[in-house]
Every structure is written in structure tokens, then in C-alpha cells.
Ligand binder design. Structure first.
Ligand SMILES: [Zn+2]
Ligand SMILES: [Zn+2]
Length: 407
């Protein structure tokens, strides 16, 4: 729960019930104010009291400002404040909560919905170092951010086990997708299936991410937060699962059809699947990492689609994200060649329209700049002496949800 001793970030003014921001001046320094103290907004205090010019000014004046909150009438029990009802709309990685839709120039028709409270992880599950406080400590400071690790047979064996769990978990999620289910329910399925296998859902509290998987609907390129929105007939939804088990991570995702999907979206999802398959087919010792992007770009542009550039494939093992960095676009500057014993992901995000992206105010949800749809597929791979082993490969039991695989 957020401590009342510290300010959360002030929120941008905006929305239909807020007057011209230019008419307000900062309660601390008098400069024109664009931000409002979220606590004042929640307590419905006068807007002049709540206005601040910058986050810095807001934070600097917090020790004197907070006393104005005491002048407000206590809220009715049961009316629900952000502090006692868990996540509403997630703003900036766990720092602020708002009961209102934040102002944003939304690129498509999708909007954020309320996010449920954090799910419980039983005591017997091994935790990565961010589980308790949201901050990875080993990962950012590791040499493996620069050096691509050659895994020992014992590490590879653990990777195989964890990857198999992630595959089973994703297959469970795939089997419940239908119109009417919320992405929060998909998150519950992923969370419970991961724990039932003895694993930890790596995204949970990673840099304060509030849920156990990512669910990216329609124009969301990646890192959508599972929430209370019900999937609608005709949507596409990517589910991205990462499992931590026996000290190693495995990462995979797939994009699914919800009910009856239009032809263009079907073409987008199939083309994205093929981009990943074609990229995997070149993986072998001696291959340059930068070639992956060439293959993906060629396949995507042939179908009239574009390649998202902001997120890349990554090394994986004892760390969730490490070297190598593998861009999916053409003419990238990735250095180095593949060697047997390396494990990494390839995870192309392919857009129906432009490649450019925008970030939602929650600091996670990345959407296409033109609001058109985006699809993604991801596998965790091992470079072998002769080629590649797809550690997260589909199983004979995997749901038959992709028509092009059933022929
Ligand atoms: Zn992933
Ligand atoms: Zn990944």
C-alpha cells in the first residue's frame, strides 16, 4: 500500500470536467500550473490548492502541502479510495494511482480498465530478486549485459524444464480465450498455472509491473497490463508469459484470435508467426545477430506490414533480460555472431500500419502510433552445434488455434 508520507506523482490536468490548465498557477511558486496533487483531486479540494507547475515543485512543497489534505472531510466509508481498493488505472510503474482515466491522446479505440490487486505467491515458491520490492538488483549490474553467456549443460537442462513449464502455462491461457473473458482472468489462469508447476511468474513486480503476464490487445504492441476489459468478438490478443523456475527464466508469447476476426488481422497474425519461423530457421553457430532483423523485415514488408523497433529479442537464463540484444528490423547495428550454448529470444512485433509507437500514461502499454493493430510471437531458443533448439516449442497437446498449422 502506498505510504501517505510520500507524494505520488502529480497528475496532468485534463479531461472534460477540468477547466483550462493555463488559468491555474502553482500553489508553491506561482508559475503556470499543469499538474495537480492526486490526493487533492481525490479529496475534491479546490483546484487552486492542488495545482503545481512541475513534479519537482510538487515534491519540494510536499511537507507543507500535505496538511491541506487534513482540512478535507473524511470520505464516506465504502466509497472507495485508490488507497484501499488497490489498483485502478496504473500510472508510471506503481508510483501513482488514479480513479479516473488519465488524459491521453489515445491512438486507437482501446482504453485502460481497472487493474485488480496483486496476486499472492505461496511461500514455497523461489522468488527472483525483484519479487518483494519491485527492483531487480543482479540484472542491471551483471557482466551478462555485455557478454553473451555460453550456457553449461547443467544450465541448459534447467532452461529446458522452465521452458516446458512456460509452454504449458501459455497453452492453458490460450485454451480460455473467448469473447467475454477479461484479460485479468487470463492473468489469473497464467498466475495459478505457473504456481501449480512450482514456478514464479517473472513479470510480477518486475520494475513494479503489477500483473503476472502481459496481455496486448489490438493496437497494443507489447506490455499491455491485464485489466477488467472483456475481450470482444473480433479482437486479437497477445499473451506473453515468463516463468522463473530452478533459477532460470523462460519467455514466450503468441497472438490469438478472439471469436471471428477480420481477414486483414488474420493475415497480420499469420505473417507475424511466419516472421518468427523464418528468423528461427537461420539460427546456427556463426550467424550474425543482425541478420535476424533482415529476415523479419523482408517477410513483413512483403505482406505490406511494418516492424516495431522499440523492443528487441534478448538473452535469457539466470537473468530475465541480458545480452545479446536482437533487433527485429532491417539495417540494425547488432554486433556479434551466434555460438552454440547461447540462449535468447526472438520476438518480432509486426504492425498493420506504421512502425512508430506511443507509450500510454501507465508507463508500460506500448501502442501503435496510428492505432492500427499489432501482432507478436516469441520463442526462447538455444543455439546448438548444428542449428537451433526451440526450447518453448509447441507440444502435440497445444491448442489448435492457428488455422495455418492445421492444414
Ligand atoms: Zn515475452
Ligand atoms: Zn522477451
Amino acid at each position: 500500500m502506498r505510504s501517505s508520507l510520500k507524494p505520488s506523482n502529480a497528475i496532468m490536468t485534463g479531461g472534460s470536467d477540468v477547466a483550462e490548465p493555463a488559468s491555474l498557477s502553482c500553489a508553491s511558486c506561482g508559475k503556470p500550473a499543469q499538474l495537480q496533487c492526486p490526493k487533492c483531486v481525490q479529496l475534491k479540494l479546490p483546484r487552486e490548492t492542488a495545482a503545481f507547475c512541475t513534479q519537482d515543485c510538487f515534491k519540494a512543497s510536499w511537507s507543507s502541502h500535505k496538511s491541506v489534505h487534513l482540512k478535507a472531510k473524511p470520505s464516506e466509508p465504502g466509497t472507495g479510495t485508490p488507497d484501499n481498493e488497490g489498483w485502478l488505472y496504473c500510472l508510471k510503474k506503481g508510483q501513482a494511482r488514479t480513479p479516473k482515466l488519465p488524459y491521453f491522446d489515445w491512438t486507437g479505440t482501446l482504453r485502460p480498465y481497472p487493474i485488480s490487486s496483486k496476486r499472492i505467491v505461496p511461500a514455497h515458491i523461489d522468488l527472483p530478486d525483484w519479487a518483494a520490492d519491485g527492483t531487480p538488483k543482479v540484472e542491471p549490474n551483471s557482466d551478462l549485459q555485455y557478454v553473451v553467456e555460453i550456457k553449461k549443460p547443467e544450465q541448459i537442462e534447467r532452461m529446458r524444464e522452465t521452458c516446458l513449464i512456460a509452454r504449458k502455462v501459455l497453452d492453458k491461457a490460450a485454451s480460455v480465450i473467448r469473447p467475454g473473458i477479461t484479460t485479468d482472468e487470463i492473468d489469473r489462469v497464467v498466475h495459478e498455472a505457473t504456481i501449480a508447476e512450482g514456478g514464479y511468474p517473472s513479470p510480477l513486480n518486475y520494475h513494479f509491473f503489477p500483473k503476472s503476464c502481459c496481455t496486448s490487445v489490438n493496437e497494443v504492441i507489447c506490455h499491455g497490463i491485464p485489466d477488467a476489459r472483456k475481450l470482444e468478438d473480433g479482437d486479437i490478443v497477445n499473451v506473453d508469459v515468463t516463468v522463473y523456475y530452478k533459477g532460470v527464466h523462460s519467455d514466450l508469447n503468441e497472438t490469438y484470435f478472439v471469436g471471428n476476426v477480420d481477414e486483414e488481422s488474420q493475415r497480420l497474425v499469420q505473417s507475424t508467426y511466419e516472421c518468427l519461423e523464418k528468423a528461427i530457421s537461420i539460427v546456427k553457430p556463426g550467424m550474425r545477430f543482425r541478420e535476424v532483423g533482415e529476415v523479419i523485415n523482408r517477410n513483413a514488408t512483403m505482406s505490406g506490414f511494418s516492424v516495431a523497433k522499440s523492443y528487441c529479442g534478448h538473452g535469457i537464463g539466470e537473468l530475465f533480460h541480458c545480452a545479446p540484444n536482437i533487433p527485429h528490423y532491417a539495417r540494425n547495428k547488432a554486433v556479434g555472431v551466434m555460438k552454440a550454448g547461447q540462449t535468447f529470444t526472438i520476438e518480432p512485433m509486426i504492425n498493420a500500419g506504421v512502425w512508430r509507437d506511443r507509450m500510454w500514461p501507465d508507463g508500460w502499454t506500448d501502442v501503435t502510433a496510428d492505432g492500427k493493430r499489432s501482432a507478436q510471437f516469441e520463442h526462447t531458443l538455444l543455439v546448438t552445434e548444428t542449428g537451433v533448439e526451440v526450447l518453448t516449442a509447441r507440444l502435440p497437446s497445444s491448442p489448435k488455434v492457428f488455422p495455418w498449422l492445421n492444414a
